[in-house]
Design a protein. Structure first.
Length: 714
């Protein structure tokens, strides 16, 4: 039974309208899934349409399952038989019946992400290239882009113009394409491309399928690309009933091929289109919505709408300018602590950012304050491949351990194979020395020039380390090793951003602790990579705004709102089109918040954008009546809890001296808590901490520890 009483007037109109072409502009949190499922139920119950004549295309399996469940709840068995699936599942069904017309067997294989990586692994081995230089994700994007542009492997090779990296990519593409053909296999991109090709080449087959679907519905229509839209038009070529639901203001996946003009110009493709706007939001308060509205109205490529809510005005949006990235992270952590005290769960809160590298400082502060968090759809900063690579280079300077050596000796590629590494490792074990010492002492006769060059680099860095300039040292490592050039050649923007963020990190550390060494920095980093704490379901979510699409939280922090960061500098280079995409991203970020929205930025220098930071236009575009700009000066409370922009690491604090510690002393550690010194060796303390941490070795001068004082007993 359809309960129209659950719908507002616009929602009801969207359910019962009988126009041939209907475009539903569904604002954030406006109940579009309810409308879409009721629409299908209405066609079945009121219009007597057979379920098997109804097609609904979703973009996730989760959304398809939810729609099926809701229709079943409303209609019971009467709703069984609707075609509700992702566009890829639909194509698989079509091809499983008719792909033989393209000389493929009906029992073709569909390769998943693991299968794709295995094929790339085979290709890399045959061609002689490394995953670290050509990450699988980047390579698969290259292959997909070529496929969608109609560029086969031969044409891709023609477009390399003799450039080695492009030649290697084209070789991998050729291997990948040939491997799929031999297996009679398709990847997910092929599912759509093969289906549209099948319909183009065989009109009789197209007519058969188009006759099946009297009513076609498309969810998240703002995210479709040109090939998917072409498929939708092919399937509607007989009965010509198309019902699309989406929001142009939430088109944020153009880098995947989504085209905002498809939904904006839908009424030009179908002039009889009826457009219905769903603008009542059931998620957020009016101050949040009005702030988001005042930003997005600056875009031209959109269908005009103004979201409103009956949830009341609520609190104004809060904006904070901080003195540094560290101060910004401290501000966020402080608010989380306060909100936790006010009764919010950690899982009610999310920290959103434009790019993955921006999580670094927030992660550190959350760990220091034992605030549980999860990275939604990504890796923790210090676990990312390029960050671990560079930290391994730095470990080669201070420790020269075998794990670091193995990780970076062939990154970038230096022609060192696994057999060579195995031989060096065996020799190191036999002679009871490190692998680095084996090549430094010239004990391995092969690849002498390569190893001598590597040793020369490391020894040079060791000398340069003595001047104490950690920032300059890291710059030298990036340049001398060729690591920076490797990323730049392959246009690895995100990985470069992470490396530059690491530069910001070591620069900040050197400023906070001018007397500290590289070894102390590396030891400090190890604290943030120790995952001793147990996983918990009650945790703050950290994620990019792209990953947050479709999610909602009671409280949202959007950090890094500086020009060049958000909006992104590289997207701004695309002109008005790029700026409007960034503004849509801000709109999506702001409308994830239900009750409280915090916006923040810092005015320090950033290596990522190579300049001092200025507040984002996406803050300035919010009308003053909807936002509070809180005190921009750092303040301090004597309560022992940091406040707003107060830096947790007191920059003026002196390093404790080695002779301050004795066996048996009780110390306090920022993460491990209370421990007892059980040994001292050349300035390194051996400290026993409570379970589960156990015994740790920590430099006596490390800023993370201090002796337990009288104040700890009060």
């Amino acid at each position: 039974m359809i309960k129209f009483s659950q719908l507002n007037e616009n929602q009801k109109q969207a359910v019962i309208d009988d126009s041939d072409h209907i475009r539903i502009i569904a604002g954030a949190g406006s109940g579009k899934t309810r409308v879409l499922t009721m629409r299908i139920a209405y066609l079945i119950e009121e219009k007597q349409v057979r379920p098997y004549h109804i097609l609904a295309i979703t973009f996730t399996n989760k959304a398809a399952r939810e729609m099926k469940t809701r229709i079943n709840d409303m209609l019971g068995d009467a709703g069984t038989g609707c075609w509700i699936s992702t566009i890829h599942s639909l194509c698989m069904r079509i091809l499983s019946e008719d792909i033989s017309a393209l000389n493929y067997p009906k029992n073709f294989t569909v390769v998943d992400a693991d299968d794709q990586r295995q094929i790339l692994k085979e290709a890399y081995k045959e061609i002689g290239i490394e995953k670290k230089e050509y990450p699988y994700g980047v390579m698969l994007d290259y292959i997909a882009d070529n496929k969608y542009m109609g560029v086969d492997p031969e044409k891709a090779m023609d477009f390399t113009y003799g450039e080695e990296r492009l030649i290697n990519k084209a070789k991998v593409y050729a291997y990948y394409d040939n491997r799929l053909k031999k297996l009679y296999a398709l990847d997910f991109d092929d599912l759509i491309l093969f289906t549209t090709r099948l319909f183009r080449l065989h009109p009789v087959i197209l007519e058969k399928w188009a006759k099946k679907f009297h009513y076609i519905h498309v969810d998240e229509f703002q995210d479709v690309d040109k090939e998917q839209y072409f498929l939708i038009k092919q399937l509607s070529s007989v009965h010509d009933h198309v019902y699309v639901v989406g929001d142009p203001d939430q088109t944020i996946f153009t880098w995947r091929g989504a085209d905002v003009n498809i939904i904006v110009n839908f009424d030009k493709d179908f002039p009889d289109t009826k457009t219905i706007v769903l603008n009542q939001n059931y998620r957020s308060t009016n101050n949040i919505l009005s702030g988001a509205n005042s930003v997005i109205k600056n875009n031209k490529a959109r269908v005009d709408k103004e979201l409103f809510s009956k949830n009341g005005d609520g609190s104004k949006i809060i904006h904070k300018t901080c003195m540094s990235e560290q101060g910004e992270a401290n501000y966020v952590a402080n608010q989380i602590i306060k909100l936790r005290g006010d009764g919010y769960n950690y899982s009610d809160m999310a920290v959103l950012y434009r790019a993955n590298y921006l999580s670094r400082e927030v992660e550190k502060v959350l760990i220091e304050n034992r605030i549980p968090y999860v990275i939604y759809g990504g890796l923790r900063f210090y676990e990312r491949m390029e960050v671990k690579d560079i930290l391994s280079y730095l470990r080669m300077i201070t420790r020269g351990d075998d794990l670091a050596f193995i990780r970076i000796i062939n990154t970038p590629r230096r022609g060192i194979g696994q057999k060579t590494l195995d031989a060096i490792q065996a020799m190191a074990i036999e002679k009871n020395m490190s692998m680095y010492d084996v090549i430094r002492n010239g004990l391995y006769p092969k690849n002498r020039d390569t190893f001598d060059h590597f040793v020369h680099m490391v020894e040079k860095w060791k000398e340069d380390m003595k001047n104490g300039d950690l920032e300059l040292l890291l710059q030298e490592v990036l340049d001398d090793s060729g690591y920076r050039t490797m990323l730049e050649k392959d246009n690895e923007t995100e990985r470069l951003e992470n490396v530059k963020s690491l530069l910001d990190d070591i620069k900040q550390y050197a400023q906070d602790y001018p007397d500290s060494s590289l070894d102390e920095y590396l030891q400090m980093i190890s604290l943030y990579t120790d995952r001793a704490s147990e996983e918990t379901s009650d945790a703050v979510s950290l994620c990019t705004i792209h990953s947050a699409k479709g999610l909602e939280f009671e409280v949202v922090f959007v950090i890094g709102l500086s020009e060049g960061i958000f909006p992104s500098e590289r997207t701004l280079a695309e002109g008005q089109k790029g700026l409007e995409e960034e503004r849509r991203l801000a709109y999506v970020a702001y409308t994830r918040a239900k009750k409280l929205l915090y916006l923040s930025e810092s005015n320090s220098f950033s290596y990522v954008i190579q300049s001092a930071k200025l507040p984002s236009r996406f803050i300035k575009e919010i009308d003053d009546e909807f936002i509070d700009h809180v005190d921009e000066k750092p303040t301090f409370k004597k309560s022992g809890i940091f406040d707003e922009d107060l830096v947790i690491h007191d920059k003026k604090k002196e390093k404790p001296k080695d002779d301050l510690y004795r066996n048996g002393d009780t110390v306090i550690h920022k993460i491990y808590g209370e421990g007892v010194v059980i040994g001292i060796d050349n300035g390194v303390l051996q400290i026993a901490f409570a379970f589960p941490h156990g015994i740790k070795k920590i430099l006596a001068g490390h800023p993370s520890i201090r002796k337990k004082g009288k104040e700890d007993f009060s």
